[in-house]
Structures are given as C-alpha cells and as structure tokens.
Design a protein around this ligand. Sequence first.
Ligand SMILES: Cc1cc2nc3c(=O)[nH]c(=O)nc-3n(C[C@H](O)[C@H](O)[C@H](O)COP(=O)(O)OP(=O)(O)OC[C@H]3O[C@@H](n4cnc5c(N)ncnc54)[C@H](O)[C@@H]3O)c2cc1C
Length: 384
Amino acid sequence: MNVNVGDKLLGYATDPGIRNRGASGGLVTAVLAAALERELVEDVIVLKHINEYEAVPIITDDVDEVLASTGSMHTVPVNLAKHATGKKVAMPGKPCDVRGVIEQAKRNEIDIENTYIIGLNCGGTMHPVLTKEMLINMYELDPEDVVGEKIDKGKLFFKTQDGEEKGISIDDLEEAGYGRRESCRYCDVKIPVNADIACGNWGVVGELAGKATFCEVMNEKGVRLLENAIESGYIQVEQAGEKEIAIREKVNSAMLGLVDKWTEKIFTDIPLQERMKYYMEQFADCIDCGACKEACPACTCKEESKCTMYHNLADDYKMSMYHMVRLLHLSDSCVGCGQCSDVCPVDIPVTTIFRRFADPAQKKHNYKAGMTLERPPFLEVMLK
Ligand SMILES: Cc1cc2nc3c(=O)[nH]c(=O)nc-3n(C[C@H](O)[C@H](O)[C@H](O)COP(=O)(O)OP(=O)(O)OC[C@H]3O[C@@H](n4cnc5c(N)ncnc54)[C@H](O)[C@@H]3O)c2cc1C
C-alpha cells in the first residue's frame, strides 16, 4: 500500500504480542522497531519501564528494548527532546516533546532531517507522586497494587492485580487538585501535527477500539517511516473512514474547550499595581539551583549564558535577576511543557509564570514556539 502525506490511517502491529501489549495496537512500537531493524535510523529513543509510575528515557539500538517499551505512561511527564542525538534517530513524542525538538533544531542542536518523530496525541500527563497520593485518597487503592491505567469517556480508570477496576471523572479529580499537571490543562496542542506522523486512539471505534491507532501522515519523513514498517511486515494499515475522522476531530475540539476553561481559571488577571509584588513573592523562595534551566527543552544555552551571569547565591537583588533574564529570553521559545515546575525543589509554579510572559508575546507575533521550523524565533538577532 502506498502512503501519502495527508493520509489518515488506522493501523496496528501485525505481531499479536506487540499489538496486545501496545497502548492501542502497538503501531508506534512496530514502526520504531522496523526503523531500527531496516537501518532507517541508528538509534531509537524510548521509555524503559521501572514500575507503574516511573520510566526513564533510553537511547538504544537494541530491538528488544524497543519492543519492551510499549504502552502509554501517563505518569511519566519527562520531556524527550533533550535526549535526541545528532545521529539518525527515531523517537515517540507527546506534542510538547515534539515542540522541544523543533526549538532545538532551530538552534542547530538537532539535525531534524535525521530525526524521525512519531507524535502521540496527548490529553495530559500526571505527576507520579501526586498520582500515588490520589490513588490512596480518592480511589482508596494501594498504589503498589495498581497494574494499569486507561482513560475512557472522561474517566480515569486504574486496574489492580486482582482485576478490580475503578474509574473517577477527570473533572472531579482535577477539582480536588489531582489529575493532570497544571501545564497540561492549559496546553492547546493535543494532536502533534508538528511531528512526522501523529498517532492516537481518538477516532478508533467499533471492533478496532483499543486495538489500533489513528495515524495522520504529516510529511515525507512520516511516509518513509510508515512505508518502511509496512514493507517489513511490521504493521498493517487502512484508510480511516469519515466517521473515524469526524470523531477524532470532535474529541479534539472538546479537549480544546476544556483548555479554554482551565486557561481562564489559571491565568486570572493580576492588577497592574500588584504585579511586581506578585512576581517578587513567587520567586522569593528560589534557591538558585538552576534546575529549571537544566530541564528546559527550549533552552540551548550552555553553562555560560546571560541568565547564569546573575545566578549568584550571594546576590541581594530584590527580584531574581536570573528569572527576569530567563523570562525575556524564553518568551519566544517556551513551549509550556511544565518541566521547570516539575523539577523546582521549592515548588515555584515556574511554567505558569513563564507562560504569563510567553503566551501574549508569542500571540502578538502570531507565533507558536515548536510548531514549525519555517519561522525563526522572533527575538532572534542575525549577526552579520
Ligand atoms: C501521556 C500520554 C497521553 C496520551 N493521551 C492521549 C489522548 O488523550 N488521546 C489519544 O488519542 N491518544 C493519547 N495518547 C496516545 C495513545 O495512548 C497511544 O500512545 C497511541 O495511540 C499509540 O498507541 P500504540 O499502541 O501504537 O503505542 P505503543 O506501541 O504502546 O508505543 C508507545 C510509545 O510511547 C512511548 N511513551 C510512553 N509513555 C510516554 C510518555 N509519557 N512520554 C513520551 N513517550 C511515551 C513509549 O516509549 C512507546 O515508544 C497518549 C499517550 C501518552 C504517552
């Protein structure tokens, strides 16, 4: 079967083992394995599972490690962009991972022509520690008994070793302070149209529900990835019907409606006369550890950079100059992935503060960081 840019396909791994273990049909794992086996790439980046709540990114040329990485880990909010290498590599990625890769490519840290990205639709990820707390408080389950989770019709279900399955509405969990990370609630890229292919379970209905992935082909690299996997017998695909396409669109629109609700709730207006006080208070606890810079997939500055010039434990600035510089510096590249908040040891809501600056600046320039390579960052200065 020929694959073309723009195709909307339903597909799955032909191997029953991969298909059953996969989050929805194992297409992603099979495409990655085929890319490695037939030398389309030299390495693959996947998550190595440690337990239900933990996994680490690995860069591997071992097909078995790729096959062992199946499944969607909703409690692993790590951003994979920083793990992309200069080699020919294939990787899965949530929309924010892909946005990070594109920002790195704009700054010549990644060779995008040799980086194959299999995008995963993403409704959001959860913090692992809060998830365990939520299991105890809301689900009355022992986190150690949990063997799997799934999202179905707006509810988050957990399954235990003895087959018990409990689901609670995501709205209720989030109202109680659990559920998705804050940045995921207001993230408005749910389908990774910035990747080479965009894969997810939205739109897969009927007999194929849970056993296939809806896959949109975004560019020629996506065509190569899929044709390679089809030719090697790793996957089987068919064209999606109008019904599937419409359902995927409808769910995406509903999710974007929720984004509007959360955006309004989280980004309340801070009156002009209180703004300075607000930011000073937010950053007052900063211990200058630099973890936010280290974790940021959009920042490609090395140790010696403008912000670190002001990174001094002995400084007596009334307001963290380190953050002031970063706020400006990242206003054209922040992708809102939430990594900086995740790693902050003193729980400053760094991402949300940064979005307060980056979002209006990017909107003003009709620019959305990490979506396309075609437009350079608007604060970029060309030195002649
Ligand atoms: C956090 C998360 C949220 C998702 N939310 C939605 C959604 O709301 N709607 C929707 O249609 N689809 C969503 N998906 C995509 C969907 O769950 C499947 O991943 C997709 O349909 C492909 O299924 P598969 O069986 O082909 O994948 P598999 O063959 O199981 O391969 C999954 C791949 O994803 C990688 N992976 C797993 N967890 C993560 C993670 N946290 N970050 C980065 N990579 C990861 C694994 O390493 C593996 O390579 C989500 C996926 C993730 C990871």
